[in-house]
Design a protein around this ligand. Structure first.
Ligand SMILES: [Zn+2]
Length: 594
């Protein structure tokens, strides 16, 4: 496929870089299982006796194996994304799940024996030149050592997993099966939670107000069960924390994110100080919509209608805005398009949303989109190619194991890429309504990522605090905490509907991964800080930024951003990001008023 073809309307994946077909995939799985068993038979029980060159050889072999595993997993996953009802793809998914579990089990000894090494032996190995490409990830693995229990205790904890996940399934099921009767104007019909939430972006105010009221009315009768699920999970996590010796309920998440408590606290404090930027926008937006005061349902209401963007236009925007930053980024973008690694349009059976998935050092990443000619689809294309360019550059320079980073850093290049495309559009778009809509969208997306996710994390912190004092998390108490934390953000800049007290009850992150949400605030704010540095001095910034992309996950977040002069533990650093956000607010107000 050539670039000219990618400008036609029907851009689809070509999976031949991954695998020749289902038979090839099945044969691949069989071969991988044998390879993993062979590797384990040669190395299991030997880690403590390996010198640096032998350990390096083992890690290289495991890295190759992981990439072949990734290639087959991605093939299966993409087949399913193209058509959820494809029987062959579903069969491959089942095979893949079983084989992956088998392979992971066979390779588990590597991590366990590495953690079990005594500190002197590990430090000696880590100081060797041979292990440099793996050193950071190996260090991070060992940080868990003080919190790992005896084998028998770990097994007992593992055996309880199905019961813990039963609470999560119960919560998921309550929410996914919830249907609320609502009339959008074409007669009453049942609406799911996500359908009701999507109505908040509608231009018709009556629909928005009605949808939000219906949502909370629908949740209220289930709140008791939803609270019981949350209470059980928080209680369980806290007692496991006590066994492992974690002092703070945020510590396991922070360790996963490679962030210390001081960094997260500095970020959240600066965010709370800057809630006023959000309130100023809500006041201005009320004026733009001709209201005295916004209701919660107006928070994401469109101010004007942006024009449509064709796929070729979107490709042009991303290509040019990336190329203006660095030709290398637009080269990667075009290489992925030319290789048939983008699937652009929605089709029946195709997965919703958008994602980018890395494959291996040899194969370019794949991107899924559901492009429907909307302005926000252009931003999404840039976002996913922020991920893709990050993947490609990191995989050029790092091992497979070292290229990946956690959400706090992984979402920085995607957010940054969106800013490149958005700014290019703001400079070049001739339709004033589209420019205003873009500036408002961009601001409100940032608020949703920065402010709302921080409110969620603060609510969670308080819920764990209450539970640690020996009090239960019932509906009344959760309602109260929820309103208190939300009021800190919204103040009286908008009216919260009566039922909003149940706003905590449907959020899946609380149930599945505690304190998951602050990573999004973190990534947005770091992207804003980097973008500010870029605008101040593009020439000095660009090569450093390309190095940052190339570093992947081979260093901690603090070390990755140190070359830009950012000290993440300092509240002042984070305040710089809010100066940038406030400038975006002023711009959105100016463009909307014009
Ligand atoms: Zn992303």
């Amino acid at each position: 496929m050539s670039t000219t073809d990618s400008r036609t309307e029907d851009v689809r994946w070509d999976l031949s870089d991954l695998c020749a077909g289902a038979d090839d995939a099945r044969a691949g799985w069989t071969e991988l299982v044998a390879r993993a068993a062979d590797l384990a038979s040669r190395y299991r029980g030997t880690i403590a006796s390996l010198g640096a060159p032998e350990l390096r050889a083992l890690l290289d072999e495991a890295d190759e194996l992981s990439q072949d595993l990734s290639r087959l997993q991605v093939y299966t996953f993409l087949r399913l994304s193209m058509d959820a009802t494809d029987v062959e793809a579903n069969d491959l998914t089942t095979i893949g799940r079983d084989r992956s579990a088998q392979i992971e089990n066979d390779l588990l000894f590597l991590a366990l024996e590495w953690i079990a090494l005594d500190d002197d032996a590990a430090e000696g190995l880590l100081a060797s030149a041979e292990l440099v490409p793996y050193a950071h990830k190996l260090c991070v693995e060992r940080e868990e050592k003080p919190y790992v229990l005896s084998e028998a205790e770990e097994q007992a904890l593992n055996a309880r997993r199905p019961v813990v996940s039963a609470w999560q399934s119960l919560h998921d099921r309550q929410i996914s099966t919830l249907e609320v009767p609502f009339d959008e104007g074409e007669g009453e019909r049942p609406h799911t939670v996500s359908e009701l939430l999507s109505l908040l972006y509608r231009p018709d105010r009556a629909v928005r107000l009605g949808a939000i009221e219906a949502l909370y009315e629908g949740l209220e009768p289930h709140a008791d069960v939803l609270a019981a699920c949350y209470d059980a999970l928080v209680g369980d996590r806290l007692s496991t924390d006590r066994l492992r010796g974690f002092a703070d309920p945020m510590q396991p998440t922070n360790m996963n994110n490679e962030l210390d408590g001081a960094t997260v606290e500095a970020m959240m404090t600066a965010t709370e100080e800057a809630y006023g930027i959000g309130r100023k926008w809500f006041d201005a937006k009320a004026g733009l919509l001709g209201l005295d005061r916004l209701a919660l349902a107006d928070q994401y209401a469109p101010i004007g209608e942006a024009r449509k963007f064709s796929w070729p236009e979107a490709v042009e925007v991303v290509d040019t805005s990336f190329g203006n930053f660095s030709p290398r980024l637009s080269e990667i973008f075009k290489a992925c398009l030319d290789a048939g690694h983008v699937d652009a349009r929605p089709r029946p059976g195709k997965a919703p949303g958008a994602y980018c998935t890395a494959v291996s050092k040899q194969i370019l990443p794949y991107v899924l989109m559901n492009f429907t000619d909307r302005l926000r689809d252009v931003s999404t294309l840039a976002h996913e190619f922020g991920h893709a360019t990050h993947n490609v550059l990191a995989l050029e320079q790092q091992t497979w194991r070292s290229h990946r980073c956690g959400i706090p850093m992984a979402e920085v290049p995607s957010t940054f890429a969106q800013s490149l495309a958005d700014d290019y559009l703001l400079d070049n778009e001739s339709d004033a309504v589209t420019r205003a809509a873009l500036a408002a969208d961009r601001l409100e997306n940032s608020f949703a990522a920065i402010y709302r996710q921080t409110v969620l994390a603060r609510f969670e912190r308080r819920a764990y605090g209450v539970r640690m004092e020996g009090l239960s998390l019932g509906v009344e108490r959760l309602n109260e905490l929820w309103i208190e934390e939300n009021t800190k953000y919204y103040g009286d800049s908008l009216t919260l509907p009566e039922g909003y007290a149940y706003g905590w009850s449907y959020i899946p992150h609380f149930i599945h991964v505690r304190f998951y949400t602050y990573a999004y605030s973190f990534a947005q704010l770091v992207a804003l800080l980097l973008y500010r540095r870029y605008r101040e001095d593009p020439e000095a910034f660009t090569p450093k930024y390309l190095d940052f992309l190339g570093a992947g996950g081979a260093a901690s977040p603090a070390d990755l951003v140190a070359p830009f002069g950012l000290d993440l533990r300092s509240t002042d650093t984070w305040r710089g990001a809010f100066a940038e956000l406030d400038a975006m607010r002023v711009n959105a107000e100016t463009l909307s008023a014009a």
